[in-house]
Write a protein that binds this ligand. Structure first.
Ligand SMILES: [Zn+2]
Ligand SMILES: [Zn+2]
Length: 347
């Protein structure tokens, strides 16, 4: 056997050429002259193999990973050791070296190649959605049969912001591109439905009330017939507020507390405590607002009765003594509410 290229007869042969002639043209690795990496200039997430990944990675690491992904090692190479080096950064271009030591046909060889990694600053799909005002859910913050107070709007804004900050750790679409301030209430536009639901829950936790979702068809893809839906979520907070008098199952009750699931209240006739699940909100009737509670003075008192001045016509009215009033003195001020011409003493 002799080498068809150099004619030598005393060397290890690879096919019909000797090992030296074979290695002369052999390349252990293939590497593009230029590699591009896309990084979102807003959130720093990067595009790798067609997928945007959100974890934060330092720039050097991004360059090394891009090199690793783009090196193709020939099948004939074994026991290879690859060294990557960034020679210098010029703006967004990194000049790099790739050194390989490996065995080919029993011979150890070394190879060095140069390449450039260019970092392209761009905008990832999430950030471009945000810039375009994309949203999947609209949270309608409303009150049942009344206007929402300024303090309630301020509180709601706080709750929405707090929820978005919490959600942004796991949801890139946890943002609010728009708040529509309508006469009947605020509409909070939320990037993702998932976070939209969290926002609605958080509002309900804060104010009590009911949540209702209704999807709306925005557009239809003519080729597939599939619709694009957005979800409107209404959060309706109760008409009654703390201190108000409500009627429920024929009892007159003063509201002590409203939480996400129930209303706690006191019967104004017998001072017994009651708890009403908020899912029965529809059956609760607002009778008197707290502002309608009046103040009057005790004019006389016996173990069984208490006499007060009617705050409207100043006539003397006898009322049954209540246990919690037994310590009251003549001249003390007490609070009362008139319902259907009957006077109730309240707290
Ligand atoms: Zn040869
Ligand atoms: Zn981004």
């Amino acid at each position: 056997m002799f080498c068809v290229e150099c004619g030598s007869t005393d060397k290890k042969m690879v096919g019909n050429i000797c090992i030296d002639c074979f290695l002369k043209d052999f390349q252990m690795i293939e590497l593009p002259e230029r590699i591009e990496v896309q990084i979102c200039s807003h959130c720093n997430s990067k595009l790798e193999e067609g997928k945007w990944s959100e974890e934060f990675i330092p720039e050097e690491e991004i360059i090394y990973r891009a090199l690793e992904r783009n090196i193709k090692i020939s099948d004939e190479v074994s026991n290879e050791i690859i060294n990557l080096e960034i020679d210098q950064m010029k703006g967004t271009i990194a000049s790099c070296y790739v050194e390989v030591v490996g065995e080919v046909e029993g011979t150890q060889i070394e190879e060095t190649q140069e390449t450039e990694v260019k970092i392209l600053k761009t905008v990832c799909p999430t950030c471009s959605k945000l810039q375009a005002g994309y949203y999947e859910a609209v949270i309608q913050f409303r009150a049942d049969s009344r206007d929402i107070k300024k303090e309630e709007y301020e509180k709601a804004d706080e709750v929405v912001e707090r929820t978005l900050i919490k959600q942004s750790k796991k949801d890139k679409l946890a943002y609010c591109p728009q708040i529509a301030k309508l006469k009947e209430g605020y509409d909070y536009y939320i990037g993702s439905l998932k976070t939209g639901r969290k926002v609605a829950e958080a509002l309900k936790d804060e104010f009590g009330g009911t949540i209702k979702e209704s999807p709306r068809l925005i557009s239809e893809d003519k080729s597939t017939g599939k619709g694009l839906y957005r979800i409107w979520i209404s959060v309706r907070i109760p008409e009654f507020e703390l201190g108000d008098i409500i009627r429920y199952e024929n009892k007159l009750l003063q509201v002590n507390d409203i939480d996400k699931n129930r209303v706690t209240c006191t019967d104004i006739k017998d001072s017994k405590k009651h708890s009403i699940p908020l899912k029965h909100m529809e059956e609760i009737e607002l009778v008197k607002k707290q502002e309608e509670i009046e103040t009057t003075t005790i004019i006389s008192k016996s173990p069984k009765t208490i006499q007060i001045l009617d705050p409207v016509d100043y006539s003397a009215v006898d009322l049954e003594m209540k246990e919690e009033l037994s310590d009251c003195e003549i001249g003390d001020e007490i609070r009362l509410i008139k319902i259907d011409d009957y006077i109730y003493l309240v707290n």
